[in-house]
Write a protein that binds this ligand. Structure first.
Ligand SMILES: Cc1cc2nc3c(=O)[nH]c(=O)nc-3n(C[C@H](O)[C@H](O)[C@H](O)COP(=O)(O)OP(=O)(O)OC[C@H]3O[C@@H](n4cnc5c(N)ncnc54)[C@H](O)[C@@H]3O)c2cc1C
Length: 99
């Protein structure tokens, strides 16, 4: 990336306008994914049950009080790192307590 931009000098040789240009270039740098690895490495699905049809307190379907949806089958997802586990467990507890 440095070679592509022509940023080859030692840092102390850059003057402020040049540094601002470097900062602007980096700040506006966009990464466009070329694709995904598909289901082989997929970790979460955003299941398909619309949250608008569920009670956020009990996870029960609004007009079917004894029917509950929790976890990954619900249209909720988070970045990798535990948010999906947390959602599955927390929504499960809410539904379990209500049931
Ligand atoms: C490889 C991988 C890595 C992941 N890593 C992370 C991570 O690091 N952090 C994170 O937060 N999330 C991670 N996730 C996502 C996380 O595991 C899920 O979002 C979470 O486990 C969903 O919990 P759940 O109880 O909703 O569904 P699931 O855990 O999928 O449970 C559904 C259960 O229902 C059972 N079942 C299905 N059909 C039937 C049937 N007809 N009758 C009876 N039982 C049935 C299944 O066997 C399964 O045991 C990962 C997922 C994968 C695949």
């Amino acid at each position: 990336f440095n070679e592509l931009q022509g940023w080859s000098k030692p840092l102390q040789e850059y003057r402020n306008p040049e540094l601002e240009q470097v900062a602007n270039t980096l700040g506006n740098w966009t990464v466009k994914p070329a694709g995904t690895e598909g289901y082989r490495t997929a970790e979460v699905t955003l299941g398909g049950v619309d949250t608008r049809q569920l009670s956020s307190k009990t996870m029960a379907v609004l007009n079917r009080p004894n029917l509950y949806f929790i976890g990954e089958v619900v249209d909720v997802t988070g970045h990798l790192g535990g948010h999906n586990f947390q959602w599955a467990w927390a929504s499960g507890v809410a539904a379990g307590n209500s049931a």
